[in-house]
Design a protein around this ligand. Structure first.
Ligand SMILES: *Cc1c(COP(=O)(O)O)cnc(C)c1O
Length: 427
């Protein structure tokens, strides 16, 4: 496989034209859409309209006239189509961390109610040690507040770790470091047998692969707007609850826009029906306008086969990257940690063995015009270089050029330069 072969794959790629939806700097190879998706051309225009016309001229009238007030629901319905949910089951709100707090609370309340409000023996929230830190921090706080125990297991032993004490299994579908994907259907089935509820974080899978929340029997899910959904920096997140839980959905942040009749301005809280009660306060309209454009870039793949077609391309891109890395960089100590099997998301991470600063290697690769990122681990030996492949806009030729840059940096040790060795705040 050489550069021309990769260019030929792009020429034959039925999804190639979807890249034109984005503004991407020429000459830059962007492989970090798993951390911040690229800018949709439509977002810049929509933001201009939302500010100058809707805000500038429409002013307060735009809450009704421009449909601002329903944006969290309309956007939620669109996102539902990407994750195997149905209309009316997803709302867009707050951040992933906050939504996780809300649904984990709701799930624990359901289990407490099941036990008649008594301290029950079903008192464990099960998660994995390698989960994204914010998910663990949120769970730590809630467990302390509600008297549950947060129990962490290894990624491979989730199913074996469930028992009659498990109240909730809280997992991230695709691991942010390794890129390994859990088998959602199997874990949900096992949880149901054990009497536990499941809460899924789709941050690294929504928009990257088909997800079947209903088909796979999930209970709750949250996800991120600024990664593969291309919603822009700090985009709002989304939250899904299975309709069987809607009637008894207790959320801890009982704000006015989750009230059944917010404009009655009643003194007493009365939850709205369904997931609307998961909304707390006023939606960040400008951010949601941008996220709406980001989600539309994924819906634009529908005529080409939608998420299944994007998934096929994603697997082909990551497989090619791993093959080329092994062929050209194994000699420099590159050790891929992402599974070669299809139990992976859309990013690939690797360690580099030997006496070198992996953070500096990534900085030197970035200086060569290929953007990935670095994810520290518990020790320097755990730090990983991570490259994300967004099937909407990444090309097979990008894969070739990225491996070429990595090989060049490792061969010439060009990472060993003071410019690359000092850590920035965001890695
Ligand atoms: C990116 C990410 C988040 C981000 O949470 P914020 O509240 O948006 O900062 C949470 N969980 C996982 C697993 C992530 O990958």
């Amino acid at each position: 496989m050489n550069r021309n072969d990769c260019a030929a794959l792009d020429a034959a790629d039925p999804l190639a034209s979807l890249r034109e939806q984005f503004t991407l700097p020429a000459e830059l190879i962007y492989l970090d859409g798993n951390s911040l998706g690229a800018l949709p051309k439509a977002a810049a225009l929509a933001l201009q309209c939302a500010t100058l016309q809707q805000w500038g001229d429409g002013l307060i009238r735009s809450w009704n006239d421009a449909g601002w007030i329903d944006l969290p629901n309309r956007l939620g319905d669109k996102i539902a189509t990407l994750i195997g949910g149905k209309a009316g089951e997803v709302v867009c709100a707050d951040s992933t961390s906050i939504n996780l707090y809300k649904v984990l609370f709701a799930a624990l309340q359901i289990q407490l109610a099941h036990a008649g409000g008594q301290t029950s023996t079903r008192n464990v929230v099960l998660s994995e040690r390698e989960n994204f830190p914010t998910d663990l921090y949120i769970a730590q706080s809630l467990c302390t507040q509600l008297g549950f125990e947060l129990r962490l297991c290894e990624s491979e032993s989730v199913k074996q770790s469930m028992d009659s004490s498990t109240a909730v299994v809280m997992l991230t579908h695709v691991n942010y470091r390794s890129g390994a994907a859990h088998d959602m259907a199997q874990i949900n089935a096992q949880a149901a047998r054990a009497g536990a509820l499941t809460v899924w974080d789709l941050a690294h899978s929504a928009g990257a692969m088909p997800i079947g929340l209903h088909a796979d029997g999930a209970d709750f899910a949250v996800g991120c707007g600024y990664k593969y959904l291309n919603g822009g920096p700090g985009a709002p997140a989304f939250v899904w609850a299975h309709p069987k839980h809607h009637a008894r959905l207790a959320q801890p942040l009982t704000g006015w826009l989750g009230h059944a009749q917010p404009f009655d301005f009643a003194a007493q809280y009365q939850p709205a029906a369904g997931v609307q009660r998961l909304v707390c306060g006023t939606p960040p309209v400008l951010s949601m306008v941008a996220l709406d454009c980001g989600v539309d870039t994924l819906l634009a793949a529908q005529p080409f086969g939608g998420m299944p077609a994007l998934r096929q391309k994603s697997l082909a891109l990551t497989q090619l990257f791993m093959q080329l890395l092994r062929a050209r960089c194994a000699q420099y100590g590159v050790r891929i940690v992402t599974p070669m099997t299809e139990h992976r998301g859309s990013h690939v991470s690797f360690a580099i063995d030997g006496e070198l600063d992996r953070y500096a290697v990534m900085q030197a690769v970035i200086a060569r015009g290929v953007i990935g990122d670095f994810r520290a681990g518990g020790t320097p030996a755990d730090g990983l270089l991570r490259f994300g492949f967004a099937p909407l806009y990444n090309r097979f030729e990008d894969v070739w050029l990225a491996v070429d840059a990595i090989a060049d940096v490792l061969q010439n040790a060009s990472w060993n330069d003071a410019r690359y060795l000092s850590r920035a705040t965001v890695t």
